[in-house]
Design a protein around this ligand. Structure first.
Ligand code: SF4
Ligand code: SF4
Ligand code: SF4
Length: 315
């Protein structure tokens, strides 16, 4: 990791010193253990703030469209897929962003650790081992055991678009894609309904999931809209479900499965289950995965006069 950090800092220093970019969007050490925070480095003197490790969990693509000027961005595989979608959706000009791609071993899920040893007070990461002191005890974890669920199934850890590459390219395991979705699909309706009812009951509609998502960039979200008024603002299972179902539909063929929404959720709602089902359906029906290529048009942005329209026109 140290070599990667040095390379990132050196690249950032050069870009800023040469005036090629106005800002480098990256990660710095956060104020809480095991938590990096996004940072905006605007001068060569500041580049030593930049870090890279298993705590760099935010999807930085969320910040890129609203940051003025020419920018460089540190992009993991999933961040780079988000950048592709943003470029395809005309939210970002490719020439306005310099992509520092980093092969990503995955990010840590703090919640797994805190479930065992309480609030984390101190932590160090060295060579795949995370040593943690918590409110209720201390423990050493292998990174593989506390890797975020998203990263366990990630098939794009290497950036799909970049101007420079950092780190050694990671080999992707050939496990069945969407095995988790297939398992859920095979459960009886009643079991699935009970599961999602329970998940929706936990939601407090804080919208942290929406705010963490690079693909949720509408200036006015449907949940905040007064006319028509889709939701009352009350927190109950039915409206919570409507919010999440609306979000899943808006993200169909666009969600890059970065997991930022699920990690941001303070209630540990299984948001991924619905988004992954939608991603699988888009793959099966439209042979499309979000953000894996600049040249392939997004599934729902394409129309051909020969498309079957059985769902629109009944014969
Ligand atoms: S989903 Fe993939 S690219 Fe994104 S953080 Fe996890 S391992 Fe890295
Ligand atoms: S799913 Fe989680 S993050 Fe999203 S609104 Fe509900 S509680 Fe907040
Ligand atoms: S919905 Fe969640 S997993 Fe999908 S792109 Fe947005 S933050 Fe990432």
């Amino acid at each position: 990791m140290n070599n990667i950090i040095n390379d990132i800092r050196e690249t950032a220093r050069q870009l800023l010193a040469d005036g090629k970019v106005d800002v480098v969007i990256g990660y710095e050490k956060g104020s809480l253990p095991l938590k990096a925070t996004p940072c905006f480095v605007r001068s060569a003197q500041e580049v030593d703030r930049l870090i890279w490790d298993e705590t760099c969990e935010n999807n930085l693509a969320s910040f890129v469209a609203n940051t003025p000027g020419k920018k460089a961005i540190i992009a993991k595989g999933c961040d780079s897929r988000s950048l592709v979608v943003l470029i395809q959706e005309n939210q970002l000009l490719r020439d306005d962003v310099y992509i520092i791609g980093v092969s990503c071993p995955g990010v840590v899920n703090k919640r797994k650790i805190e479930a065992e040893i309480g609030e984390i007070l101190e932590a160090t990461i060295a060579e795949g081992t995370i040593s943690v002191k918590g409110m209720e005890g201390s423990k050493e974890y292998s990174f593989a055991d506390v890797k975020d669920a998203t990263c366990q199934t990630c098939r794009y850890p290497n950036p799909v678009i970049e101007d420079i590459h950092m780190g050694v390219t990671i080999e992707v395991s050939q496990s069945t894609p969407f095995a988790d979705v297939i398992e859920m699909e095979n459960k009886p309706d009643s079991e699935r309904q009970a599961y999602f009812n329970q998940q929706m009951s936990k939601c407090i509609r804080c919208y942290a999931c929406r705010n963490a998502c690079p693909m949720c960039y509408c200036p006015e979200c449907f949940v905040d809209c007064n006319s028509p008024k889709w939701l009352t603002g009350g927190v109950n299972r039915a409206e919570n479900l409507m919010f999440q179902a609306g979000r899943v539909l808006h993200l169909a063929g666009r969600c890059v499965d970065c997991g930022a929404c699920a990690r941001a959720c303070p209630q540990d709602v299984d948001i991924r289950a619905m988004n992954r089902k939608s991603a699988k359906d888009v793959l099966v029906m439209y042979h499309h995965e979000a953000g894996i290529s600049e040249t392939i048009k997004p599934a729902l942005n394409e129309f051909s006069a020969d498309d079957p329209e059985a769902f629109l026109v009944k014969e």
